[in-house]
Unconditional design. Structure first.
Length: 102
């Protein structure tokens, strides 16, 4: 897992043809907008979160974010423990995001 600044995270996810953006916030938080075409999997759903992660393609590179960067850091650690080699945390989360939201 790597903690990336907004600039690094945005550049790498945009330039990476193998990138998947993963939003681990709650459904209520997602209603305020999301980054790009992010896949939403709520980290607070416990085993259902792990089950959903296990269905993802391990060959992809995951760019993960939450509200402040804490939950997404935990999600990156979980991804790594499940055998996903490339998980990148957005340091500061969506609170510090200066790009567009959808």
């Amino acid at each position: 897992m790597a903690d990336l600044s907004q600039e690094e995270w945005a550049r790498m996810s945009a330039e990476d043809p193998n990138s998947v953006i993963l939003d681990v916030r709650t459904p209520e938080e997602v209603e305020d907008g999301k980054i790009g075409d992010a896949i939403h999997i709520d980290i607070y759903t416990g085993q259902a979160f792990v089950d959903a992660l296990e269905k993802l393609d391990k060959s992809k590179n995951y760019y993960v974010y939450c509200r402040s960067g804490n939950r997404s850091g935990q999600a990156c650690a979980i991804l790594n423990s499940l055998g996903f080699p490339n998980a990148y945390n957005l340091k500061g989360g969506i609170l510090e995001w200066e790009g567009e939201l959808q």
